[in-house]
Design a protein around this ligand. Sequence first.
Ligand code: 4NP
Length: 151
Amino acid sequence: MTSVLFVCLGNICRSPLAEGVFRDAVHKAGLTDHIHIDSAGTGAWHAGNPPDPRSIEVAAKYGIDISRQRARQVIAEDFNRFDLILAMDTENLETLYSRSQLDHPGLRLFLNDPAKNVPDPYYGGEDGFEQVYQLIDQGSHALLTTITKHM
Ligand code: 4NP
């Protein structure tokens, strides 16, 4: 079993979308029983809330339902429970570094080849969410390839 945690700031825009898109890719690959997937935010403002309607909408456009996911904040236990902790941008990666007690070998940027941020779409328009979806879709397939190579 490999476990993956996607992390952004609010856990309502980027990381819930990554959770849903990656879960869909894993399901299609027949690996649901082998990969545990979750998402969380470094911030707690939106804890308990569903994803941003714009994330729900862009996911639905590609046949993925993320509407039942609920936001939560990263907790100390996450550093023990997850093999991979994938930050959506360098700012959240730095926050995670500062909160991890020990070096975590699986803590890195989600898009790491080449290293790139998934930009925060919260204060932008609809097309920001499409751009975020495309980055996450590409990153999810790259991640699945990486994980299956090591299985
Ligand atoms: P996320 O986007 O980190 O992709 O979930 C944001 C959501 C909320 C806020 C910022 C970013 N906010 O400032 O409330």
